[in-house]
Design a protein around this ligand. Structure first.
Ligand code: NAI
Ligand code: A1CAB
Length: 269
């Protein structure tokens, strides 16, 4: 199957690597208006063109990988150049509804997804929601791109994609902030910079591996670290006094609301 990526930025690059692991996908073509990005893609052996008019015939699916504000123009350009009748079209954009995509595209079997950047490490998490069962079925092969690079989870209610964005789409940024803060504080305590960062990363990935083990309960794992009257208790009491858990919940709620706002906003507003 021949697949077109519309947009060749951060997420498209991660998905291109994953696409190489799907045997049914025989060719990928990227539409990217920025010459410097096309050159970078070409250097990586990816066929890149400036407009959808330059895409080859016989595409089996299209992946929309542009920012929400660029989506109307990208969809209009695609619809003018490619016959979308019966073609699976997968969007990865935050806060861009299936109804809007359908309006701009005028056709296509639409699936909306919310992936995340750890796809690049083969440890991504993608939520998907299809316009209808026919769209989910038609998109089975291109959706293997997401499954090839991590978890693929389905949602029946499209509105929950905003919660998915707050959880796993934006989530890597919360974890990077945690790692940055732990490493910086360890440096300030006197641990050498490389060791501090390596230890912060190993602690987060080790804890995540245990939390993802069969039957694991994160709350029980936390209790196992927390000795009575010990160091962890002192740390967790301080986090609680500073409002760590409510602050994280409020951050996720802000991300969810921003996704819902984007869905209701005029894209060029
Ligand atoms: N960065 C992230 O962590 C995540 C991003 N997303 C979604 O992925 C989408 C892309 O985000 P990024 O890859 O981070 O952005 P990016 O800015 O790295 O890539 C977007 C690319 O689209 C190109 N572009 C702009 N207009 C175009 C058009 N009309 N036709 C073709 N290409 C066009 C831009 O030149 C750029 O290279 C966004 O909608 C975002 O909501 C979803 C999950 C996670
Ligand atoms: O910040 C954003 O809007 C995008 C969507 C999820 C992660 N990055």
């Amino acid at each position: 199957m021949k697949i077109a990526f519309i947009g060749g930025g951060v997420m498209a690059s991660a998905l291109l690597q994953a696409a190489a692991r799907v045997p049914e996908i025989t060719a990928v073509h990227v539409v990217e208006p920025l010459a410097a990005r096309r050159e970078k893609l070409a250097a990586d052996g990816v066929a890149a063109c400036a407009t959808p008019a330059d895409l080859p015939a016989g595409l089996g699916a299209c992946l929309l990988c542009v920012k929400p504000q660029d989506m109307p123009q990208a969809c209009a350009g695609l619809a003018a150049a490619v016959d979308l009748d019966g073609l699976p079209v997968i969007s990865i954009a935050a806060g861009t509804t299936i109804a809007r995509l359908r309006g701009w595209l005028g056709g296509g079997l639409i699936v909306r997804t919310m992936p995340n950047t750890p796809l690049r490490a083969g440890q991504g998490c993608t939520f998907a929601c299809a316009a209808d069962p026919a769209a989910a079925e038609a998109a089975a092969v291109p959706l293997k791109i997401f499954a090839a690079a991590g978890l693929l989870l389905w949602l029946d209610d499209e509105r929950l994609l905003d919660a998915a964005t707050a959880l796993s789409g934006s989530g890597p940024a919360y974890v990077y902030l945690l790692i940055e803060t732990m490493a910086r504080t360890a440096r300030e305590m006197g641990i050498e910079a490389d060791a501090a960062l390596a230890a912060a990363v190993a602690t987060v990935s080790g804890a995540a591996a245990m939390a993802g083990g069969p039957g694991a309960d994160p709350a029980e794992l936390r209790r196992q670290v927390t000795s009575k009257g010990g160091t962890t208790k002192a740390a967790l009491d301080t986090l609680e006094a500073a409002g760590f858990a409510p602050a994280l919940a409020a951050a996720m709620e802000a991300a969810r609301q921003r996704g819902a706002e984007l869905a209701g906003e005029e894209p060029d507003a």
